[in-house]
Write a protein that binds this ligand. Structure first.
Ligand code: F42
Length: 148
């Protein structure tokens, strides 16, 4: 399913501004989490209630061309709501990791597969480990693979 439609920016200014900078520069700027130097990607989903196009910066966790999307939300008790967009339409997702976005399929991973991707995620962004200690919620991990 293609992802055209009306874009609804995040209500969070810093998130909206990061998406705008990343897209305007083709990923040359706005491509790290603030001044950490740690890379981010932009994930596009469709709102599962509104149908609006949503764009969410996430830490870049890549391995062999696949990506982990970690619904950490800073270790908050509840999932970020983009989680429900991925669950609703796992085939209507795009990732931008550089100049051009590409279509991906996503699936939530469990067990050993999740554990392997969790290790990669923590290696890419160590605060994930702290976030998991902060909450009873098992932080969901999706794996995104490019759609041919
Ligand atoms: N968040 C993470 O969870 N993991 C990361 O690795 C991560 C990295 C990161 C790097 C840079 C950066 O700038 C932000 C980063 N964030 C990371 C924060 C991330 O970009 C999101 O802001 C955060 O995860 C919260 O996501 P959220 O989807 O809960 O955002 C809320 C604030 C939001 O946008 N709400 C909208 C609103 O109007 O209140 C609605 C969004 C939406 O998708 N609505 C759906 C719809 O139908 O339109 C309905 C969703 C539902 O089922 O309720």
């Amino acid at each position: 399913m293609s992802l055209n439609g009306q874009y609804e920016p995040s209500p969070s200014d810093w998130v909206r501004d990061q998406v705008e900078l990343y897209e305007r520069t083709g990923g040359a700027e706005g491509n790290t989490l603030r001044d950490t130097g740690l890379p981010v990607v932009i994930v596009t989903t469709r709102g599962n209630k509104s149908g609006m196009i949503r764009k969410t910066p996430l830490m870049r966790v890549e391995h062999d061309g696949a990506y982990a999307l970690v619904a950490s939300q800073g270790g908050a008790p509840k999932n970020p709501v983009w989680y429900y967009n991925l669950i609703a339409e796992p085939e209507s997702v795009m990732i931008q990791d550089g100049p051009e976005p590409f279509e991906v399929s996503v699936r939530e991973v469990e067990g050993d597969e999740r554990a392997g991707w969790w290790d990669r995620a923590v290696a890419a962004f160590p605060p994930y480990a702290q976030y998991q200690l902060k909450t009873e919620r098992i932080i969901p991990v999706f794996v995104a693979t490019k759609r041919s």
